[in-house]
Design a binder for this molecule. Structure first.
Ligand SMILES: [Fe+2]
Length: 387
């Protein structure tokens, strides 16, 4: 039927009304008409197909917006009312999805003094990163972890865990979950009925009994390049994540400090990835984490990649530029940098380093063969970056 060229098609006299009725019928039958509706735009059908909601670069402010709301919530919502008191950052381009970028969300959580919530587990992977207070608490698979600013705690998929605060001071942390990705794959499940064996019977429990001494996993795995064989292969949770459940800021900071005279990569500065100490791979199969240091007075060259990032400044002063838009962030804020946007980081201090805590869906993109990264040179030429 290739003879039906535009010149031979007979336009119906009532075409506009018929088209309108056709589109209404298509929508009513839950379908999308994948064809061009105007000749004024090249490949209009593709433009329409790709016009689905997309994450946008966006900055959430911790001190100005997040903390005051959490402070109020502590007064209004007690642990009798809810097992959680968290604020999930919802990307304006993706709302009403609970997603900060398309694959991950960040949530901020304030626990009042001496609050410990009951255990639960779920298929999404999560980390917690301490921001304020020394008494953040997470029990992971029977290992009690108390953590402070900069410490990162893993709660891998299917690992029983419970959160809270120990001691007499409130504590603030942020969490990053791959929940939006797992949700997209229709693989989310949650369980709340934690049980332990007692006298040969499974009994529901509100708290996990300690089965490993505090910080056990870090004591075993926390020495880079040294792997205690006597620990054996332990399957904790689904067994698909790093078996080291806490990464202490003190060690990360010491490592970064050893490189304080190194300018690092022109595009990335000095990036240090948190890895599974038994195999050097990212801590989770889906998402990974970095500390990224930008030296005093330095500015990274623009980078664009297919990965989406959640960037939280942790130390120092600076700002980010995403597709030419300047984001003036403060400590503990979160900036969403969805894949496909050019971004660069600027250290505004000529004395102190700028240190960022970054979450990325890079492992997923790499596994499915969709990982790509580009960088601009100082003169503006675009090249593919391999890493
Ligand atoms: Fe959880």
């Amino acid at each position: 039927m290739s003879s039906s060229s535009a010149s031979t098609v007979t336009r119906l006299p009532n075409r506009e009304a018929a088209l309108k009725a056709l589109y209404e019928n298509v929508a009513a039958k839950h379908m999308f008409p994948f064809w061009a509706t105007t000749k004024d735009v090249a490949n209009d059908e593709d433009r329409q197909l790709l016009a689905a909601p997309q994450a946008i670069p966006f900055l959430w402010r911790c001190a100005e917006d997040i903390e005051p709301i959490l402070d109020q919530a502590v007064q209004l919502v007690t642990m009798e009312d809810s097992e959680r008191r968290s604020l999930v950052l919802m990307n304006p381009g993706l709302a009403p999805r609970r997603a900060t970028v398309s694959t991950m969300y960040t949530a901020y959580r304030l626990n009042d003094a001496n609050e410990i919530m009951p255990p639960h587990r779920h298929s999404p992977n999560a980390i917690r990163f301490g921001l304020k207070g020394k008494g953040n608490f997470t029990g992971v698979d029977g290992e009690n972890i108390v953590f402070g600013p900069g410490d990162m705690v893993l709660t891998p998929n299917d690992t029983w865990h419970n959160h809270g605060t120990v001691g007499n001071e409130p504590a603030l942390n942020l969490s990053v979950l791959d929940l939006p990705l797992v949700e997209l794959l229709n693989a989310v499940h949650f369980e709340h009925d934690y049980k332990e064996m007692e006298n040969g019977k499974l009994v529901s429990k509100k708290q996990q009994s300690e089965r490993f001494s505090s910080d056990y996993s870090q004591r075993i795995y926390g020495y880079g390049g040294l792997l205690p064989r006597f620990a054996g292969k332990q399957k904790r949770g689904a067994g698909t994540s790093s078996p080291m459940f806490v990464y202490r800021w003190e060690m990360m900071r010491e490592l970064l400090d050893r490189h304080k005279d190194n300018e690092g990569d022109a595009h990335d500065g000095l990036m240090v990835e948190y890895v599974d100490p038994t195999n050097g791979q990212p801590v989770f199969q889906t998402i990974t984490f970095f500390a990224q240091m930008i030296q005093p007075g330095c500015r990274t060259l623009p980078v664009k990649s297919t990965t989406s990032l959640l960037v939280s400044p942790f130390e120092g002063r600076g700002h980010a530029i995403v597709d030419g838009e300047r984001f003036n962030w403060s400590k503990f804020d979160t900036l969403a940098v969805p894949g496909g946007h050019w971004f660069e980081y600027v250290n505004d201090s000529d004395k102190e380093p700028l240190i960022l805590f970054v979450a990325s869906d890079e492992p997923t993109l790499k596994k499915v063969g969709l990982y790509k990264k580009w960088g601009k040179s100082a003169s503006g030429e675009i090249m593919q970056v391999l890493d």
